[in-house]
Design a protein. Structure first.
Length: 272
């Protein structure tokens, strides 16, 4: 076949596509496969696989709690391939929620509401699945996941998420909006997509992200107890940062993680 400019462009597009799928290395690190260690957790008849991807290098701990938010997990893996770090990813094929399966019946809860009893109670109630039995099982699951993440006093955690256009945006962190009461300060860059933003409990990180013109929100001290991973990390005195991007914004989310990695520079970042 004669190589015409059209095919060159097509080949370039295909290669870029493969690279964007995350099977290749966007940075300077090793291109070897990133193979997870898998922990199998049970919720009665249900199995949840907790996959841990790890490579030496940067001391960054990523967590992907929502199984259907694949762009964010791919972005974290791309970062780890290039720079090192650790990702804990929940995998079960049920979508956003985790389920307890009993006699074939599914009882849902949100894994980003499971880290306090109060949050878990609300989440089970929201899905009409609140019972002492479910509360006990989901609490045990939350502590098993917490152990795999290695949650402990002072540990920094990066929680990666994706959202649907317009559903959850930086605008929801403004005063009077849905997460306004969780928020001490918010910076919105009108030139940015409002679906792509950071939320952190670290004023220093907030200021640094703002200076890079990222959409960013700063958590208040003692935020409402939603049972989120952010609540728990904050209670443990660690730096928490949520990296939210629109589904499919892989290149954008990798760039956000790259900038975050440069700012955090390992584990020596000031939390105040
Ligand atoms: Zn999410």
């Amino acid at each position: 076949m004669k190589i015409t400019p059209f095919y060159v462009v097509l080949l370039g597009t295909l290669l870029a596509g493969f690279s964007a799928l995350g099977n290749d290395n966007p940075g300077s690190g090793s291109t070897a496969a990133l193979t997870p260690v898998t922990h199998t957790l049970r919720l009665e008849e249900e199995k949840v696989w907790v996959k841990v991807y790890q490579r030496p290098g940067m001391n960054l701990n990523f967590v992907s709690l929502h199984d259907n938010e694949n762009t964010s997990a791919e972005a974290a893996k791309a970062y780890i391939r290039a720079h090192g770090g650790r990702l804990v990813e929940l995998v079960h094929g049920r979508g956003r929620t985790v389920v307890i399966r009993r006699n074939g019946v599914l009882h849902h809860f949100d894994p980003n509401r499971m880290f306090t009893t109060e949050g878990l109670r609300h989440s089970l109630k929201y899905f009409h699945n609140l019972s002492e039995e479910n509360l006990g099982l989901a609490s045990r699951f939350a502590s098993q996941v917490g152990d795999i993440i290695g949650l402990e006093a002072g540990k920094s955690i990066i929680s990666v998420h994706n959202n649907t256009p317009g559903k959850l945006t930086i605008h929801d962190f403004k005063p009077g909006e849905w997460y306004g009461e969780d928020t001490r300060d918010v910076f919105i860059n009108p030139a940015e997509d409002p679906d792509d933003f950071f939320f952190t409990n670290s004023p220093a990180l907030f200021r640094a992200l703002k200076s890079l013109r990222y959409n960013a929100a700063l958590m208040i001290q003692n935020p409402p107890d939603r049972g989120s991973l952010g609540n728990l990390v904050d209670n443990l005195g660690g730096l928490y940062v949520l990296v939210e991007a629109e589904h499919g914004h892989l290149t954008r989310q990798i760039a956000m993680l790259e900038d975050l990695g440069r700012l955090l520079g390992g584990d020596s970042f000031p939390t105040q």
